[in-house]
Design a protein around this ligand. Sequence first.
Ligand SMILES: [Cu+2]
Length: 126
Amino acid sequence: MPISRRACVVWAATGLLLPGALFRTAWSQNRKPQVIDVRIAKRKVIAPKGAIRVTQQDVIELRFSSDETVKLHLHGYDKEITVTPGAPATLSITTHATGRFPITSHGWGRGGHGHHALTYLEVHPR
Ligand SMILES: [Cu+2]
């Protein structure tokens, strides 16, 4: 047979892995996002109570509202978003990575700064 052993291995690996990857991507994209309202008041997250718990491969929308302008940073996924009073801001993500990711403030509207965790996004393995 002229077909090399390597070509066979590559072909077999592609055949096995590709449908899984495509299926997973399509599965994520076709689902309605899970909307999670995150409410900030007086520089604290007042809802939801405790960490935000989701499952790996979830399609989520974190909808932030705040009584003060704040720049937020979701660590791990490395997303930043600015929320202003009366204008909720939405962060859309598919939760590929599992773990506990802090959401910190990168500055408040009225001269505050600091980098402490306001809450955590917990992504549990599927
Ligand atoms: Cu940060």
